[in-house]
Design a protein around this ligand. Structure first.
Ligand code: ATR
Length: 278
């Protein structure tokens, strides 16, 4: 049986084994998928051991996405842009290929599952860390009219703007700002890519930043209760507010497709994960 895993540290609460096992049974694929906690100082060594033991690929999560990026023999264009890898493919010729399915997971959940329009819209992205860098390419490919990156540390947002501006100059006005500068414009779509939610916090946003049709999306998720950002959005009258469970499932579906060549259906799984949280 082919073996796959999600690797991270910590990894106990990962939903990936449940997700991939259900994908496998739904598509009739015979595979085993585990959650493995790797050691911070021996990541590369441990990955090479997995290859020797016959693994065909792994999903990579916090804090190893950059380390995974650095150890690949070849990278997909989207992984190159992202500066991080969430999917490793152990090829038959012994090479390690790296991809990043986080961004496509986000845009697929927004566009296909929630029917959110990004094209020609005014988009605000909160945060400028690895999570945001991972999704900027696919977001900008949708050609929003404006994409503002707001971050506590302004320079990090400016660095991302510098990196992505040239490729998307024609379609999008891409700019960076600090939270204190927000308030002049309303945004159609606000995406939270900060890790503030880990402490039940929300970045300091002005209340009037939402218009009557604004939609909010939190890249973090919680299967049991609304995330801090979803709560913030609902309390301020956002038209709709979503957490990132759909993004998690869609990035997994894309990884599954890369490994197995079959695209699983994600709708039923998302309902199940909400109904029976792990
Ligand atoms: P990740 O891989 O999750 O993106 P990261 O690279 O450490 O992790 O980035 C975390 C992001 O969340 C950053 O944008 C961080 O802002 P800074 O760059 O200024 O550190 C943001 N962040 C974390 N806690 C926050 C908080 N309480 N309020 C606002 N932003 C926060």
């Amino acid at each position: 049986m082919d073996r796959y895993a999600v690797v991270g540290n910590p990894i106990k609460h990962s939903l990936s084994p449940q997700i991939h096992t259900q994908f496998a049974s739904e598509t009739g694929q015979s595979l085993e998928y585990l959650a493995l906690e790797l050691d911070n100082d021996h990541f590369e060594e441990q990955i090479r051991q997995l290859i020797v033991s016959g693994y065909k690929g792994v999903n990579v999560t916090v804090p190893f996405k950059e380390k995974a990026w650095a150890m690949t023999d070849r990278l997909s264009p989207r992984a190159k842009d992202a500066g991080a890898v969430n999917t490793l493919i152990f090829q038959q010729d012994g090479q390690i290929a790296g991809d990043n399915t986080d961004g496509i997971g986000l845009t697929r959940d927004m566009i296909t599952n929630h029917k959110i329009l990004i094209r020609h819209r005014k988009v605000l992205v909160l945060g400028a860390g690895g999570a945001v860098r991972g999704v900027l390419g696919p977001l900008l490919s949708q050609k929003p009219e404006l994409l503002t990156i707001a971050n506590r540390t302004l320079e990090r947002a400016e660095t991302l703007v510098d990196q992505f501006t040239e490729s998307y100059l024609e379609s999008t006005d891409l700019n960076a700002c600090a939270y204190q500068e927000l308030g002049r414009d309303k945004f159609d779509l606000i995406i939270n890519g900060t890790s503030a939610g880990l402490n039940n916090e929300v970045p300091p946003l002005p209340d009037d930043i939402l218009g009557i049709n604004s939609i909010c999306y939190d890249m973090m998720y919680n299967t049991r209760q609304p995330t801090a950002f979803v709560k913030w959005a609902q309390e301020r009258g956002a038209l709709r507010a979503f957490d990132g469970l759909g993004m998690l499932v869609e990035q997994a579906a894309e990884a599954f497709f890369i490994w197995r060549g079959v695209r699983p259906d994600t709708t039923q799984l998302m309902t199940d994960l909400r109904k029976h949280p792990a």
